[in-house]
Design a protein around this ligand. Structure first.
Ligand code: FES
Length: 164
């Protein structure tokens, strides 16, 4: 079993699920816990959730893949998120997403092969006045344009790599 899914984390996750089951609508808090504890929600974890909460894998997988803050693959060191909410969308955020996909040579929801950058989309993050916006590790960059995006990616790539 790989490091992300070590037994200690699985035990913690079962404990959280037991708490969540006491609440109405335990699926979303359980998925949030899974994302936080494991860093992603692979099929093996979706199966555990399915058994524990009595929800179908199809439903769980649908929710996991719908929301940008859940991931089915391990997340990279940095997360770049483009807001595709209405205000950002009409101001060109789709174009920003395409630029990022080209620059990073990955698609939305994927991580660069070196494990450095994960690209996701989000719904409105409440900064519509700055549309279009994207964020890097939660820090919002407003009034974005293609050159700003390219510049940010260049800076990210130049950051020293974390060593574990
Ligand atoms: S739509 Fe992007 S911040 Fe609101």
């Amino acid at each position: 079993m790989n490091d992300h899914l070590c037994q200690e984390k699985i035990n913690l996750f079962y404990a959280r699920m037991a708490e969540n089951k006491q609440k109405p609508g335990p699926l979303m808090p359980t998925l949030h816990d899974a994302q936080t504890i494991f860093g992603y929600i692979p099929l093996s974890i979706q199966k555990i959730i399915s058994e524990e909460l009595g929800e179908s894998i199809a439903k769980i997988n649908g929710v996991v893949t719908f929301y940008g803050n859940f991931s089915v693959t391990p997340k990279g060191e940095h997360t770049v998120a483009v807001c595709l909410g209405t205000a950002c969308y009409v101001r060109g955020s789709k174009n920003l997403m395409e630029t990022l996909e080209n620059e990073l040579k990955i698609k939305e929801k994927e991580t660069t092969p070196d494990g450095e950058i994960t690209l996701v989309s989000t719904r409105c993050i409440g900064a519509c006045g700055l549309a279009p916006v994207f964020s890097v590790d939660g820090a919002i960059h407003g009034n974005a344009n293609v050159s700003k995006v390219k510049e940010t990616i260049k800076e990210l790539k130049e950051l020293p790599h974390e060593t574990n």
